[in-house]
Design a binder for this molecule. Structure first.
Ligand code: SF4
Ligand code: SF4
Length: 64
């Protein structure tokens, strides 16, 4: 199964960035304090817009 993954260690956080939240057409990302969490992974259509917009390359598509 293919799914979207966020590496928290490399993320700039909501205050400094938040680009993934603004970019995702399906509102997969949600703020959690100053962090970003993947709230609805099953609804992701793997369009990779968030992968492309993230300045730190901390969002990726993984298959398991
Ligand atoms: S791949 Fe597309 S649908 Fe999935 S989280 Fe990223 S922007 Fe949203
Ligand atoms: S776009 Fe990347 S760096 Fe920016 S908030 Fe989202 S995951 Fe973090």
């Amino acid at each position: 199964m293919v799914k979207i993954v966020l590496n928290q260690d490399d993320c700039n956080g909501l205050e400094a960035c938040g680009e993934c939240i603004d970019t995702c057409p399906l509102e997969i990302f949600k703020p959690y304090g100053d962090k970003i969490v993947i709230e609805h992974p099953d609804e992701c259509i793997i369009c990779e817009a968030c992968v492309d917009i993230c300045p730190n390359q901390c969002i990726s598509v993984k298959s398991d």
